[in-house]
Ligand binder design. Sequence first.
Ligand SMILES: Nc1ncnc2c1ncn2[C@@H]1O[C@H](COP(=O)(O)OP(=O)(O)OP(=O)(O)O)[C@@H](O)[C@H]1O
Ligand SMILES: [Mg+2]
Length: 152
Amino acid sequence: MRVERHYASGLPLVPLDESLCEQAFLNLVQNAYEAMQDEDGGGTLRVEVQLITQNGREGVELRLADTGPGVPEELREEIFNPFVTTKKTGVGLGLSIVSKIVDGHHGSIHVENAPRGGAVFAIFFPLDETAEALKRVLGRARLQSCRKSLPF
Ligand SMILES: Nc1ncnc2c1ncn2[C@@H]1O[C@H](COP(=O)(O)OP(=O)(O)OP(=O)(O)O)[C@@H](O)[C@H]1O
Ligand SMILES: [Mg+2]
């Protein structure tokens, strides 16, 4: 699998739980890897991180775009629920865990298919609320930078 990184420069630090977010990103990367297994060279995973405003909230968006077959339209709502899987040996827990972790950061996640095919998972971490919410739950000590916790 080839990985292309496109990280915007001058990104702000995002307060988040490093180990939970690493778990979430790994689940997404694992899914992308599995979706592209039949491709020559294992396909390409494009990772983008940029500052955006969503519904009037400023935050950092992480987009993971793969070159696999994409997520069928009729499954798009369901895949974040536990035990939804199309894999022979899948449990269907990966994305439900991702979704819980993103919720815990007051963020949002959605999936779309790229015009040329392939799934695109987009996670939004708001800058305002996450800091306050996480400080309450974890205390300052565990607040980490988003960029540091990216496992690729
Ligand atoms: N990148 C992707 N491309 C295409 N389909 C995907 C992708 N990621 C997830 N899916 C679909 O969503 C389903 C649910 O994914 P999820 O990670 O929750 O479970 P799983 O990968 O099937 O099993 P587990 O993660 O528990 O091993 C998958 O079975 C697959 O159908
Ligand atoms: Mg999975």
